[in-house]
Design a protein around this ligand. Sequence first.
Ligand SMILES: [Cu+2]
Length: 209
Amino acid sequence: MLALGILSALVATFVVGFVLHRPPTMSAVANPSGQGAKIHLEVAGSASSAIIFPRPDDPHPTWVSYLPTTILKVPANSVVTMQLDQEDSARGLNNPFWSQAQGIIGGTFHMTYYDNNGRPQQGDFSALDAAANAAHTFAIPDLGVFVPLEALNPAAPAGSMNVITFSFRTGTPGVYHWQCFVPCGSGTVNGNGGPMQTLGYMVGLLVVQ
Ligand SMILES: [Cu+2]
């Protein structure tokens, strides 16, 4: 009986810990600078060493990651503003088509970044200057939203981030898949495994309600 009890406890722990494991859900907050809701995420080269929302106990501490989570709850029929603090280096897009922003209000994203001399700059952009400079993308295919995220310039001071902001409109309630389109899963087949297929890293859900 004791052995059976222990076995049952181990199985239950496994099921809860691995099979049912899901990243937490983060709800959008009221946008402090205007209408609608806002989501603030960090994009890091490894989950454990992120600057703002590090996950030191992450089961995959070296995986590229959107942090703190990739399950995002936003209101229906409203404007959602995203702020993405991007600190990863260049990985490059396989398809240069994705270096063009699509589906965002006004057609442009605002970005603070660092030039080749390590000086801070900012501007509004509709695309990256080169597909090779993409670190990741934020894409919600069913909403037509595609935003390339510029890599941090190697000349930037240590601990810097590009801050990328843009807005899009949600429609009817539903659960929409979102993901990165840069094959950034280092060490997996064509870079498309691992974090590219796992909720909480380069794949997420947009819960519109
Ligand atoms: Cu990515």
